[in-house]
Design a protein around this ligand. Structure first.
Ligand SMILES: *Cc1c(COP(=O)(O)O)cnc(C)c1O
Length: 301
C-alpha cells in the first residue's frame, strides 16, 4: 500500500478549465509571425492539458452506462494518471493495464495512480502489443478506453479545446496517437492550417489513424516527422537546454516527451521561414508530471 499524500489529494479537487490562458510569446514570434500559447497545462496538476478534453466523453458515457473504466499505458503515461485522477474526481472505479511485468519499484506515475485508487494490472509486452484486455474486464461492466484516449469520444472531446474560433490562421500541436489533432481538425475553421509534431519516430501510419477518426471528410494538414529527438520519450542534451532556455525567457514549463519537442520545432521553423504574415497558436497540452523521470536538477523549473 502507498501512503496518500494529503497535499497531493488536495490538488485534485477540481478541474479548472477557467485557468486556461492564451498568452503572447514574443520570444518565439518573428517579424511576420505572432505566436500565442494556449496553456491547457494549467487546468489540473494531473489531469493535464489535452487529457481532460480527450477523456471527458468517455467519463460521461461510463457514468451514463453505470460502468467502470479500464485503460492502458506505460509506467510514465500521462494518460494513465489523468484517467486515474479524473475517475477519482468523478467517483468512477478504474483500472489501468500496464505494459510489462510488475516492477519491484513503481514509477512516481504508477505510485500516484495507485494511491488515488486505480487498480493496476501488469501484462507482458507481447500481450500489450496485441491490445489484449485481461478477461476480468468484461465489457458488460467496463468501458474500455483505448491507450491515449484514441477513439471517437476522444476526438470529440478534443474538439472542445478552446482554440479561439478563427483568431488564428495556424495551429501547432504535439501528436502521439493523433486524437487531439483529429479533434482540432474537426473544430477549427477550414481556413486554419494545422501542423502536428510527431513525438514518435517514423510514425508514418499517423495520417491514417487521424483520418480514421475524421472519416469520411478529412481535410488537409501537415505532420512534421523531424522533431522526435530519437523517438518516444527520447531526448538529447540540446532538448533539455532548450527547455531551460524557453522557461528562462518565457516562464513556460514544458515536458520532454511532448511539448518541448513541439516548441523546439516551432522555434526552428520560425527561424527558417520568412512566411506570409500569420497568427500562430501553439497548444501547450500539459504532461509536466512526466518530467519526474528526469534526474533532479536537470531542469530549472
Ligand atoms: C498525450 C499527450 C499528447 C498527445 O496527444 P494525442 O492525442 O495522443 O496525439 C500531447 N501532449 C501531451 C502533453 C500529452 O500528454
Amino acid at each position: 500500500m502507498y501512503r496518500i499524500d494529503t497535499s497531493f489529494v488536495k490538488a485534485m479537487e477540481a478541474i479548472q478549465e477557467d485557468l486556461v490562458t492564451l498568452d503572447p510569446v514574443p520570444w518565439l514570434s518573428n517579424a511576420t509571425t505572432r505566436v500565442h500559447v494556449l496553456r491547457l497545462d494549467r487546468i489540473h496538476p494531473l489531469i493535464s492539458g489535452n487529457k481532460w478534453y480527450k477523456l471527458r466523453f468517455y467519463l460521461k458515457t461510463a457514468k451514463a452506462q453505470g460502468k467502470h473504466i479500464v485503460t492502458f499505458g506505460g509506467a510514465y503515461s500521462n494518460h494513465l494518471l489523468a484517467t486515474a485522477a479524473a475517475c477519482q474526481l468523478e467517483g468512477i472505479r478504474c483500472a489501468g493495464v500496464i505494459r510489462g511485468e510488475a516492477p519491484e519499484f513503481y514509477s512516481p506515475t504508477l505510485k500516484d495512480a495507485a494511491s488515488i485508487g486505480m487498480e493496476l494490472h501488469f501484462i507482458t509486452r507481447e500481450a500489450y502489443r496485441q491490445k489484449q484486455v485481461p478477461g476480468s474486464f468484461s465489457e458488460a461492466n467496463w468501458l474500455i478506453v483505448p491507450e491515449g484516449g484514441y477513439g471517437i469520444y476522444g476526438m470529440q472531446g478534443a474538439a472542445t479545446i478552446p482554440v479561439g474560433s478563427g483568431s488564428f490562421d495556424h495551429i501547432c500541436c504535439a501528436t502521439g496517437t493523433g486524437t487531439m489533432m483529429a479533434g482540432l481538425l474537426q473544430s477549427a475553421p477550414d481556413s486554419t492550417r494545422i501542423t502536428g509534431f510527431s513525438v514518435l519516430k517514423n510514425h508514418h501510419s499517423l495520417p491514417q489513424e487521424i483520418d480514421r477518426l475524421l472519416a469520411p471528410a478529412a481535410r488537409a494538414y501537415t505532420i512534421r516527422h523531424d522533431f522526435h529527438f530519437g523517438g518516444y520519450a527520447k531526448y538529447t542534451p540540446g532538448l533539455i537546454r532548450f527547455m531551460n532556455e524557453l522557461y528562462d525567457h518565457t516562464g513556460i514549463p514544458t515536458d520532454f516527451v511532448y511539448t518541448a519537442k513541439l516548441f523546439y520545432g516551432v522555434k526552428a521553423l520560425l527561424g527558417q521561414e520568412q512566411e506570409r504574415r500569420s497568427n500562430l497558436l501553439v497548444i501547450h497540452s500539459g504532461g509536466l508530471q512526466g518530467n519526474r523521470s528526469l534526474a533532479k536538477g536537470t531542469l530549472i523549473f
